[in-house]
Design a protein around this ligand. Structure first.
Ligand code: FES
Ligand SMILES: [Fe+2]
Length: 458
């Protein structure tokens, strides 16, 4: 069904001209609607199952600005619980991760089981006269919790579609691009840093292949991309030749799905994949793409997904950074603050040298110490400051690159993609999806008004 109403938020994103109202990046009232209509409703990424393998293991995450505990109960079931005591609201879990038998509130001692049940109340007999119905005062639980190939998500809204349906082919392809690299395990610890920017600018940037040549010029000049020892110039030349033949330097593929999910960025053609595969495992750490030669990856990704080498965003805020075996959350902390989280993965069976190399890359590129995100964060901070200006807000932002030049291919498996050059299709699609989420008053309405896929030309 086509989106035919002009809700108040829909008017802020003009898909015909590519103009987006600046107030969506600065306005406190709009931000509060986002917390309610996007984050409290969406499937939010919590953690990877390897972070909480045993009963009692827990990991603290966020839904919007609210702390939640992702844990595994005694039966081994995944649980996501709001980290707020039902008595006076205190946090019942202060550690970022660990193992617990129960969650004891440090204020007055109410105690909750791993499934959120209220199991202990000091003074239950003497002070409450046994009249407190403990079954009604457990921790608030997520409406739905589910895992896709080990990646755990939760939604607070039980009206939400099931996870696989929510992810759709674009969201599933996004996760497959990491999950199909082998039996993945998470590297201990999550890099976290706060940037003075609106969360949507950080999401927008992950699709942005227009900025690297300018923003990251100094990083490229510094030679920050490590060349692996043993890969000689002749070997690299084979790959470069294939890249030039395949025209992938400027060939991009954008895949767009329901609910605002999108993938945008360079392609990786069959010719280049094959040239890289010839170089063997040493080169694979630099490119991370030989997994595409496996039967399992070919089946999961299909012909369209195998060519995807760009960046996926699972709406609203999960960047699957496929080149680096990483996931990043762009957590909102107010209209002008965003906490960036970086999770890094390694294949369990990989040799130690490869794990070490992957971890080094994870630290070196993105995150607080990463050369690229230091450049990016500075730009987003300055953009966000300017969005607040009463004068600046009168002038929209421009997302018109490639507009009306994006010929959409509609393929089997409900996949809709554009093969093109550097463009802003994925960003505009994300903002369009944002407006749908913001205008919809319920999941029921969102399911109705969210466009299934783009038309023939975007
Ligand atoms: S606030 Fe938790 S027991 Fe009182
Ligand atoms: Fe960047």
């Amino acid at each position: 069904m086509l989106y035919d109403t002009q809700g108040p938020f829909r008017t802020m994103v003009d898909e015909n001209t590519g103009q987006v109202d600046r107030s969506i990046f600065a306005d406190q009232a709009i931000y509060e609607v986002e917390l309610e209509r996007i984050f409290a409703r969406a499937w939010n990424f919590m953690c990877h199952e390897t972070q909480i393998p045993k009963a009692g293991d827990f990991f603290l995450s966020f839904i919007g600005e609210e702390s939640v505990i992702a844990t595994r109960d005694k039966k081994g079931e995944l649980q996501v619980l709001l980290n707020s005591c039902r008595h006076r609201g205190n946090a019942v879990c202060r550690a970022e991760e660990g193992n617990a038998r129960s969650f004891l509130c440090t204020y007055h001692g109410w105690t909750y089981g791993l499934d959120g049940q209220l199991i202990g109340v000091p003074g239950y007999k003497d002070f409450y006269h046994e009249q407190l119905d403990k079954s009604q005062w457990g921790l608030v639980k997520a409406g739905k919790v589910a895992s896709y190939k080990g990646f755990v998500f939760a939604t607070m809204d039980s009206e939400a579609p099931d996870l696989e349906e929510y992810l759709g082919p674009v969201g599933r392809m996004s996760i497959d691009l990491i999950a199909e690299r082998g039996d993945m395990e998470i590297v201990g610890g999550v890099q976290k840093n706060l940037i003075g920017c609106n969360w949507k600018l950080a999401v927008d940037n992950l699709f942005d292949f227009y900025h690297p040549q300018i923003s990251h010029a100094s990083a490229f000049m510094s030679g920050f991309r490590k060349q692996l020892e043993g890969v000689d110039a002749a070997e690299q030349a084979i790959v470069e030749k294939a890249e030039i033949n395949g025209g992938i330097r400027n060939a991009h593929r954008v895949v767009l799905g329901k609910y605002g999910h999108a993938i945008g960025g360079p392609r990786l053609t069959k010719e280049v994949r094959e040239a890289r595969a010839l170089l063997g495992p040493r080169f694979e750490v630099l490119t991370n793409d030989n997994f595409r030669m496996t039967d399992s990856a070919q089946e999961a990704l299909g012909e369209i997904g195998l060519d995807v080498n760009g960046h996926p965003n699972i709406f609203p805020n999960l960047w699957v950074a496929t080149n680096g075996h990483q996931l990043s959350l762009r957590l909102p902390k107010g209209p002008d603050k965003c906490e960036i989280w970086w999770f890094a993965f390694v294949p369990k069976e990989a040799p130690d040298w490869k794990k070490a190399e992957l971890i080094e890359r994870s630290i070196h590129v993105f995150g607080a110490a990463g050369l690229l995100e230091q450049d990016d964060g500075e730009n987003w901070d300055q953009s966000t400051r300017a969005m607040k200006g009463v004068i600046a807000k009168r002038y929209p932002l421009n997302f018109s690159m490639g507009l009306k030049h994006g010929v959409v291919n509609h393929a089997e498996g409900d996949l809709h993609y554009i093969d093109t050059t550097t463009n802003e299709h994925a960003q505009l699609w994300t903002y369009r999806g944002w407006a749908e989420w913001m205008d919809a008053e319920s999941w029921g309405q969102l399911k109705q008004i969210s466009v299934e896929h783009p038309g023939d030309l975007v």
